[in-house]
Write a protein that binds this ligand. Structure first.
Ligand code: VTB
Length: 339
């Protein structure tokens, strides 16, 4: 079967499995359901292998979807292996408390093209196709916004940003600059999907680095642009007890991954493949994706895919009875994660 359909179905079924735990106030259960769905849906697929580059953590932290794990056709040595960045639930908190912001997502590219990113913070600027040539994060966010405004010949561009204490100053500044700011609690990958779907002009802010790989995949495959930079933990949490400990860890990580805090990382630095493919399905979703829903024996899932500058939004309906008789993997998951 076609790889794209397999991965699309995987994110959809992961969203359906996690649906059991939406609003149940337990982030781990939400995550475990989606992780198991990925594992089950991908383990027996033939014709390709997937190597996790950015996943649930190192082997000692994660039993499934750990960095280095290979999924798919393990028996046939002749099949191609692809690099994968995966986040079974991006936004476990909004999913556990049932507010907007969570999706299930994966991206794959040619083998050895994805950069492995540590569990650090990252400053990210993701802009729509129109502003591809305008931004330059090395000159700062204000410079980049002014360049976009100059290019568009108007000030009222739309930005999506996480409503976190670390962003309050830039939010004030953007308001002063005439930017229309949409605040979100969580989920900057979903916010980037909203940019691709035309709901905003750019996403800016400090979020997770591994999720930056997924945003880079989205950017390259939908002909947008993303620039990023790793950020010190102390810049986000200057007064935490954990900060000193984190400084040491970060130093070790940067050495191990051969990264630094100064370099501007472009989307193609994170994934060196123009043919990377990106997939997502809405969990609690929000913005341009609808949340997963169940009514009268059917699951309704809103999914998204981008590759080669082609952007697709899907309304998928799973008739539980029929699908159950089609694929044993899906039946297993639907039975186990029945709400
Ligand atoms: C969250 C989350 C984002 O980064 O903000 C997280 O909503 C890191 O920020 O979608 P906090 O440590 O302040 O929660 C993301 O997961 C991904 O970039």
């Amino acid at each position: 079967m076609n790889r794209d359909i397999i991965l699309l179905r995987t994110v959809e079924v992961a969203a359906i499995a996690s649906y059991k735990y939406i609003g149940k106030k337990n982030k781990n259960l939400v995550d475990q359901a989606a992780v198991e769905a990925f594992q089950v849906m991908l383990k027996n697929e033939k014709g390709f292998k997937l190597k996790v580059v950015n996943g649930e953590g190192e082997l000692d932290e994660a039993p499934m979807l750990f960095v280095g794990q290979i999924l798919g056709d393990l028996e046939d040595p002749s099949v191609l292996t692809y690099d994968v960045s995966v986040d079974p639930v991006e936004g476990t908190h909004p999913a556990a408390y049932n507010y907007a912001g969570s999706i299930s997502t994966i991206a794959f590219s040619r083998e050895n093209t994805m950069l492995q990113l540590p569990e650090m913070y990252m400053e990210k600027l993701f802009v729509s196709t129109e502003f591809k040539e305008c931004i330059n994060l090395s000159k700062g966010i204000v410079f980049s916004i002014e360049a976009m405004q100059f290019h568009a010949k108007r000030k009222d561009l739309k930005c999506i940003i996480l409503d976190k204490p670390r962003h309050q100053e830039i939010i004030r500044k953007m308001n002063d600059m005439g930017i229309i700011v949409r605040l979100i609690q969580d989920g900057d990958v979903l916010a980037a999907i909203d940019v691709v779907n035309g709901e905003a002009d750019f996403v800016y802010g400090i979020g997770g680095a591994p999720e930056g790989s997924l945003m880079a995949a989205l950017s390259i495959s939908s002909d947008c642009k993303m620039q990023s930079r790793l950020v010190r933990y102390e810049e986000v949490w200057p007064n935490e007890l954990e900060t000193i400990e984190r400084q040491n860890k970060e130093r070790a990580w940067l050495e191990k991954y051969n990264l630094d805090f100064d370099s501007i990382l472009h989307d193609l630095d994170l994934i060196d493949d123009h043919k990377v493919r990106f997939f997502a399905a809405g969990l609690t979703a929000g913005g341009s994706l609808k949340p997963v829903d169940y009514k009268n024996g059917k699951f309704y899932v809103n999914a998204f895919m981008s590759s080669h500058g082609i952007v697709r939004n899907f309304n998928s309906v799973y008739d539980v009875k029929k699908v159950n008789s089609l694929k044993p993997e899906i039946k297993f998951l639907f039975d186990k994660y029945k709400r």
